[in-house]
Design a protein around this ligand. Structure first.
Ligand SMILES: CC(=O)SCCNC(=O)CCNC(=O)[C@H](O)C(C)(C)COP(=O)(O)OP(=O)(O)OC[C@H]1O[C@@H](n2cnc3c(N)ncnc32)[C@H](O)[C@@H]1OP(=O)(O)O
Ligand SMILES: O=C([O-])CC(=O)C(=O)O
Length: 355
């Protein structure tokens, strides 16, 4: 079963969740894709309505969580707060020690529903504002932007946010999913498994690259400077963030969709600047690494998504946490699969040589 949660063809640039191509899945609501990952098949209309209603009904976080957020250090990345608050709220979950499939499903719904609220509340409080309560009439993506801003996003912005969550949701045995699975394999609870995933996603070689991409776009500052920036980095043997992948040896199919979406947003906002910086960066990396050196280093999922966050007015400090909003459904799908196996993951040390 675990093999089927997603499928990657790294040479052809194909990604499927539960055998459905991501180019089809981006046309669905995030809730439907989350259901697909966790339950193994797409929901019917009634199943989707019920699943969405359950998620929307669990979006709020308790007063105690808001109080702890107020005590966080807002000068650092929001991931420090997110992993702390997810761990903190686990104590209030009545099913924390119920490892039955039903108890785990109730925890899954709460985790998927509450993580966006935690991130948005953190952002509001960090900026001296009061948290905005979730709006159950809005989709996962629209509601998140609404909680961040206090006003409803445009249809295009809401659609892009929803697609971002879908494209970030699952990627086979990536580092953070592996972490979550290892924790679940000990039959520890789902919150602990998700905290493991969060801690691993944070690193700049993994989900943390998105924030680095945003910083890089700012540092480059004009499309004309992109070439110089890339050449200098490569001369110093430094990596260009948002490029390269352990599995893809061609274009990452999510990067292709993100590029189109970032262009759409740029055009709608009448500001091509960041998009053009990104394109000039991509052109130089492809020329220097792919064409001249024959290295398969293409934009990955973090590159144009970072550009999109700039157009959505999202600060870099939030980028990895937003990745986690999407990825939590994938982590949970893998944890459920691991719980069914009832088998501890315990590789031998020599296997590290192959990583
Ligand atoms: C959601 C995600 O996790 S997607 C990945 C997000 N991470 C990033 O964007 C960070 C930048 N990219 C990287 O660090 C890597 O490409 C990884 C971690 C994603 C994949 O790592 P690996 O498969 O282990 O590749 P590795 O780091 O060994 O690189 C292989 C070669 O390509 C080069 N390379 C890989 N990525 C890059 C890059 N982004 N910029 C420049 N060169 C690169 C390496 O320098 C190395 O060259 P060498 O063989 O001459 O020494
Ligand atoms: O699969 C990986 O190694 C990295 C990852 O999470 C992704 O690309 O979404």
């Amino acid at each position: 079963m675990s093999k089927n949660i997603s499928f990657i063809d790294g040479l052809e640039g194909i990604l499927k969740y539960r055998e459905i191509d991501i180019n089809q899945l981006v046309e669905l609501p995030y809730d439907a894709v989350s259901y697909l990952l966790i339950m193994g098949e797409l929901p019917g209309d009634q199943e989707l309505a019920d699943y969405s209603a359950r998620l929307r009904g669990e979006r709020e976080i308790n007063r105690e969580a808001i109080d702890v957020i107020r005590m966080c250090n807002f000068n650092i990345d929001s991931m420090e707060a997110l992993r702390t608050i997810v761990s903190f709220i686990s104590q209030f979950d009545p099913d924390i020690n119920d490892n039955s499939p039903e108890g785990n499903m109730r925890k899954a719904i709460r985790l998927i529903a509450k993580i966006p609220t935690i991130v948005a509340a953190y952002h509001r409080i960090a900026n001296g504002k009061e948290p905005v309560p979730p709006d159950p009439s809005l989709s996962h993506g629209a509601n998140f932007l609404y909680m961040i801003r206090g006003s409803k996003p445009s249809d295009l912005e809401a659609e892009v946010m929803e697609k971002d969550f879908i494209l970030s949701a699952e990627h086979e045995l990536n580092a953070s999913t592996f972490s979550s699975r290892v924790t679940a394999s000990t039959l520890s609870d789902l919150y602990s498994a998700v905290v493991s995933g969060l801690c691993t996603l944070k690193g700049p070689l993994h989900g943390g690259a998105r924030a680095e991409v945003m910083a890089m776009i700012d540092e480059i500052s004009s499309p004309e400077d992109a070439e110089k920036y890339v050449l200098e980095k490569l001369a110093k043997k430094e990596k260009i963030m948002g490029f390269g992948h352990r599995v893809y040896k061609t274009y990452d199919p999510r990067g292709v969709v993100f590029k189109q979406l970032s262009r759409q947003l740029a055009e709608a906002k009448g500001n091509m600047y960041w998009y053009e910086i990104a394109e000039a960066t991509e052109r130089t990396v492809i020329r220097e690494l792919v064409e001249k050196k024959g290295k398969p280093i293409y934009p990955n999922v973090d590159f144009y998504s970072g550009v999109i966050y700039k157009y959505l007015d999202i600060p870099p400090k939030l980028a990895t946490s937003i990745f986690a909003i999407g990825r939590v459904s994938g982590w949970i799908a893998h944890c459920f699969d691991q719980y069914e196996k009832k088998k501890i993951i315990r590789p031998r040390a020599f296997m590290l040589d192959e990583c």
